[in-house]
Design a protein around this ligand. Structure first.
Ligand code: AMP
Length: 260
């Protein structure tokens, strides 16, 4: 988060011209499923590769790196921006989650994104919505155990919906959320979804902390201590590279560093 503080988007034009015609620079802002399908029709007929980056906004360099990679690899780049309430297991976390759609739109336009899909809540969850995509196995450990199983069910449901709405050839996810990426790869395989999942490197602050919208919640002391997580990962990797094969030993080395 620190890297985007004070980093203002450089796209100068934010022309809002009425329903179905919102634009920020050259980028179209789409609100409905019908608008997305209409907007991508031309790209599909022209045989262009469609890339999708699902996000919850509050863009930082981590998000922008996914968009740049999609811009390099795809003929049409779609970013979705939707703060998905059902994947927040704490109401307080949802209430304070950072939101600034215009700033996000300008950053995405600056990177060369073609379409920003920023739907209203009811467009995604109309009254009567009851269907979920639920994954067991990889979704039940680590973050799934910590936040509760409902978290990944909510993620897999929204991502499957976005895949059905956009029909991307490639969808880009960050290694920062490695378990999420594995869960989504599992869903794509299990449900025969015709999308390639691209998992992209973690973008970090200069001191090693992975960029995250939630880093803004850290107090000064917590922020100062946070890079130890990355340092511990590096120590674990060094031990494995040096031949350590006992997972408990690797875990102890990392835990000792964090405790110190
Ligand atoms: P979010 O808006 O937090 O849901 O993140 C949207 C996408 O950006 C997810 O695929 C994340 O894994 C990815 N992402 C978030 N932070 C980073 C980061 N620091 N480096 C790389 N990818 C990231």
């Amino acid at each position: 988060m620190a890297a985007i503080v004070g980093r203002e988007p450089r796209v100068a034009v934010a022309a809002i011209v009425g329903p179905g015609a919102e634009r920020v620079g050259a980028m179209k802002v789409l609100r409905t499923v019908a608008e997305v399908r209409a907007a991508l029709g031309g790209a599909r007929r022209a045989g262009r590769v469609v890339g999708l980056i699902p996000t919850m906004g509050a863009f930082h360099e981590g998000h922008l790196s996914l968009m740049r990679r999609a811009r390099e690899e795809c003929g049409a780049v779609v970013v979705s921006l939707f703060v998905n309430p059902s994947q927040f297991t704490e109401a307080g976390d949802l209430a304070v989650y950072p939101r600034d759609e215009l700033r996000d739109a300008m950053l995405a336009a600056e990177v060369g994104v073609d379409h920003l899909f920023a739907p209203r809540h009811d467009e995604i969850y109309p009254p009567g919505f009851v269907t979920m995509v639920s994954t067991s196995g990889v979704a039940t450990t680590l973050e799934g155990a910590h936040r509760g199983h409902g978290h990944f069910d909510a993620v897999t449901t929204i991502v499957t919906k976005l895949f059905n709405i956009v029909s991307p050839d490639v969808a880009y996810f960050g290694r920062k959320d490695i378990q999420q990426a594995h869960v989504i790869e599992r869903v794509a395989r299990d449900l025969n979804l015709a999308v390639r999942i691209a998992v992209c490197p973690t973008v970090r602050e200069p001191d090693g902390l992975a960029m995250s919208s939630r880093n803004a919640y850290l107090t000064g002391d917590e922020r100062a201590a946070a890079p130890v997580v990355h340092a511990a990962l590096l120590v674990g990797r060094m031990a494995i590279d040096a031949g350590e094969r006992d997972p408990a030993r690797v875990r102890d080395l990392m835990a000792d560093l964090i405790a110190a």
